[in-house]
Each structure stands twice: as C-alpha cells, then as structure tokens.
Design a protein. Structure first.
Length: 225
C-alpha cells in the first residue's frame, strides 16, 4: 500500500498563516497602509460665528475608515482673515486628535478660514467674526461744554468691543449730577452710537456720565452759566 508524505516545507508555511489569522488586531497607533491616508474633521461647527479677536480651541480628528490615527502630522494654515495660531503644525495624540488655539482677526463681519491638512485629508473651518460685548465708550464730540441756562446739550458715545468694533444693541445708562435728561438710558444703534440730551435751568457745573455697568464709563463736564 503506497504511503503519502507531506513535505516539511508545506508544514512550515502553514504555521505563520494560522498564527496571523488567530491574532488579527487593530491598533489605534498604527497608520493604515492602504486606501486614503486620512480623513480630517473638527468638533467646532463650520460656518459658525464668534466674537472678533476671540481665541478658539480647535480639535481636529484624524481617522482612516473611522479608526483614529495616532501620531499623525497635522498642519494648520490661516487661509482667510487675519487670525493667529498657537502652532503651525503638530501631531495627533493617542485618540487621533490634534489641537490648536486659533485667535480670530480683529475685524467684525470678516470671515476667518482655517485649513487643516493631514496626509491626503483636508478640512476647512470657516468662522464669521462678529462684534463682541461692549468694552469701551468713545465720546463723539467734545467732553466739555459751556452753555447758557435752558440750552440743550446733545451728548453721544459709541460703544465698541475690545478690538474697536462698534457694538449695536447695547444699553447705555446716563447719570447726571444735576439738570434733566431726555432719557435715563438708550440703546446703541447699528453703528454703536447712543444719544441723550441734557438741559438745566440753573447755573452750575455738572457731570454727565455714560455707563455700561461693570464695563465702561465716560464722563462729560457741562458748565451752565
């Protein structure tokens, strides 16, 4: 009866194959060798808005087929606007996330754009800079007036945010040490301007203050003779 023998080389070849099939794993730290290198996405919503000159934390996720890629190089570039970056490039952490601090430009109504590239993956983040909260009250006209009794004095201030953009819709309160005011408060218009009229039937020196509580104050000196 004939005997059949399996060549030793065939047995040796089977062992590594079985070993590989029995220990297949996926490691987040390993960069995939096939297909697109990366897909890039951000947590910050595209086409959102934020105050001009504000600092945004951008977290960019780098993945391949939905699997996070660790230690992937990521490059950040300000594509539009006049913003600043804390770093131009960095690498993803163990969760496949790269972070950068993005300071938007000073100009309200300006669209800021940030390009994020990792391998052949790219994402563009657009943020519209808007006016922030009022930080300053800028006088429009003289801060000292000398008028006759009964003469109305018109006073105007412009509310601006920290970079100097006019802030509309802000409430400015008016306080005077004497005389009468046309209104105790007024709301800034689209140009950030608030107005009030002062009048006094008595002679004297008066201080008129424009106030945004806990933020800004601007004084005007009015002498009535």
């Amino acid at each position: 009866m004939p005997r059949w023998f399996t060549p030793l080389s065939a047995l040796v070849a089977v062992v590594p194959l079985a070993s590989c099939l029995g220990h297949s794993t996926t490691d987040v730290s390993q960069t995939p060798d096939t297909g697109p290198y990366a897909a890039v996405s951000t947590e910050l919503k595209d086409s959102s808005s934020a105050p001009a000159a504000s600092v945004l934390l951008v977290r960019a996720h780098v993945t391949h087929d939905g699997i996070a890629i660790a230690n992937a190089a990521v490059k950040f570039t300000v594509a539009a606007g006049h913003g600043l970056l804390s770093v131009d490039s960095t690498a993803t952490d163990t969760l496949g996330v790269a972070t950068v601090l993005w300071t938007l430009g000073d100009t309200a109504t300006e669209v800021n754009s940030l390009a994020i590239v990792s391998g052949d993956g790219i994402d563009t983040l657009r943020v519209l800079a808007v006016a922030g909260s009022p930080s300053y009250l800028v006088p429009l006209g003289a801060t000292m007036s000398d008028v006759a009794t009964g003469t109305p004095v018109s006073v105007q201030v412009r509310a601006t945010d920290r970079p100097g953009n006019p802030v509309g819709g802000a409430t400015v309160f008016w306080v005077a040490t004497g005389g009468s005011l046309s209104s105790p408060s007024s709301v800034t218009d689209a140009n950030g301007v608030a107005r009030v009229t002062f009048i006094s039937g008595q002679v004297g020196s008066f201080t008129l203050s424009a106030v945004v509580p806990e933020t800004a104050t601007r004084d005007f000196q009015i002498t009535v003779h």
